[in-house]
Design a protein around this ligand. Structure first.
Ligand code: ARG
Length: 458
């Protein structure tokens, strides 16, 4: 068993089971880099403030830099018997530089140290997540930009509704992902507050310079209350909540693509390199990647619940329960990064099945709202127009005819206001072009949106 940071007060050794049960080294070792960087800033400050001799400070910094090199070079010796990463690093530092190492933990506790480490870890991960999200948006935009002329039947309640540009549809994903980006970036503001100096929970009587450490570590501000500094993990909850919302968005996109790739829809084809087969049915080409993306909401939401319930009812200041915040946090971040990474590639491997789609656009019920609006423009009330088109659709279904197959005389029986102009609006391109409102699927407006996203995502 590794040496404890607190052994001497104890009259006997801790039970091996207790050691194993309380240890977090198995998962917090990934904080090593941040722990060392935090310690370097702290040691510099202790020297500058003459809380420890300058030469000890320099020696500690040198030793820590060597350990940092080991971490980044994959040579760091993680000790599975250590209580946590903080103890592991302390012990290795002592082995490296001897007595001076024991001055590092002056005016510090693992309570403020671990809060600092997680915040440093998260600041870096948030930046990665934002970058991945931007990549995904770009990948979606690329698909949209290369299919600006494609109209698909749109659905509400999964029933055929109205035609929309597929690029308009794809842009809807980009909008949602942008809000996810903003949410995560907003959460970063609360992460970017430096807690070191809170010590166990009440601060210290030694003349530390928190502002110096803040600047060294690149944090925006300082936490203003030492108890709050070590008590709260709301910044983790915010990130997990944002990731959960993001995963809900991604699951919807995945579900759309799964539906679209079925024989029944046949709007898209996903390249073989991003599909899987069946062990029993030779004909199958399954969208397992998308299904796993859809399924991951459960995992990420589970991580959020885990930390939420962990926090509920905890007394203020540090409690060991807080150690359990890390596995779910790491899991959610890792899961999301994996999803985003593969989603970027998957979007680059989608082919739009233009011919199959145009076959589905022959269904003229898609244009019923356009006919209603045509009649409104001729002076009818919305209600009257709706009734007329309702009868028209039913009549065609009964007689197994299409609206465009009716003669003008037949059409005029539904309303004398109908003229030959009606035939011009009974196609998908006319339908989208007739839209006028800002944010609608009108091709000119969508082209403008595509251009503006192109600029924003540069
Ligand atoms: N491993 C702990 C955590 O992850 C930090 C150690 C705090 N331990 C303590 N006895 N104060 O939260």
């Amino acid at each position: 068993m590794a040496k404890k940071l607190w052994g001497t007060r104890f009259s006997k050794k801790t039970n091996a089971l207790a050691d194993k049960f309380t240890s977090s080294i198995a998962f917090d070792q990934r904080l090593a880099k941040y722990d060392i960087l935090g310690s370097i800033a702290h040691a510099k400050m202790l020297g500058k403030q003459k809380i420890i001799p300058q030469k000890d400070s320099r020696q500690i910094v040198k030793g820590l830099n060597a350990l940092l090199k080991d971490v980044t070079g994959g040579k760091f010796k993680f000790d599975s018997s250590a209580e946590d990463i903080h103890s592991n690093i302390q012990e290795l530092l002592a082995k490296k530089i001897g007595e001076a190492a024991h001055k590092l933990h002056t005016a510090r506790s693992r309570n403020d140290q671990v809060a600092l480490d997680i915040k440093m870890y998260l600041k870096s991960e948030v930046d990665d997540l934002i970058e991945y999200l931007a990549q995904l948006q770009k990948s979606i935009l690329k698909l949209a930009k290369s299919n600006t002329q494609v109209v698909i039947p749109g659905y509400t309640h999964l029933q055929v509704a109205q035609p929309v540009l597929i690029s308009h549809y794809l842009l809807s994903y980009i909008e949602g992902l942008e809000r996810d980006k903003i949410r995560i970036l907003d959460a970063k503001k609360r992460i970017d507050v430096m807690p070191l100096g809170a010590c166990a929970f009440s601060g210290t009587g030694l003349p530390i310079d928190r502002e110096f450490v803040r600047k060294e570590l690149g944090f925006k501000t300082l936490t203003a209350n030492s108890i709050d500094s070590v008590s709260d993990r709301d910044f983790i909850l915010e990130v997990l909540a944002s990731l959960t919302i993001l995963s809900v968005h991604l699951s919807r996109i995945a579900e759309d693509l799964i539906l679209w790739s079925t024989k029944e829809f046949n709007f898209i084809d996903i390249d073989f390199s991003f599909c899987t087969g069946s062990s029993i049915m030779p004909h199958k080409k399954n969208p397992d990647i998308l299904e796993l993306i859809r399924g991951s909401v459960g995992k990420i939401h589970g991580d959020l619940s885990s930390v939420m319930i962990l926090m509920k009812g905890l007394p203020s200041s540090y409690n060991r329960d807080l150690q359990l915040d890390k596995p779910p946090l790491f899991d959610a971040v890792d899961t999301m990064k994996n999803i985003l990474e593969i989603f970027v590639e998957l979007f680059a491997n989608i082919i739009i099945e233009k011919e199959a789609i145009s076959g589905k656009l022959q269904d003229e019920s898609l244009f019923s709202v356009d006919i209603v609006e045509y009649l409104i423009k001729k002076g009818l009330s919305y209600r009257k127009a709706h009734d007329i088109v309702g009868r028209m659709v039913r009549g065609c279904l009964d007689k197994k005819k299409t609206i465009s197959g009716l003669s003008l005389a037949e059409l005029k029986k539904y309303s004398p206001l109908i003229d030959s102009g009606i035939y011009k609006i009974l196609n998908a391109w006319a339908s989208v072009s007739l839209k006028k409102s800002f944010g609608s699927t009108n091709p000119k407006l969508v082209a403008w949106q595509l251009a503006s996203w192109q600029k924003r995502l540069k």
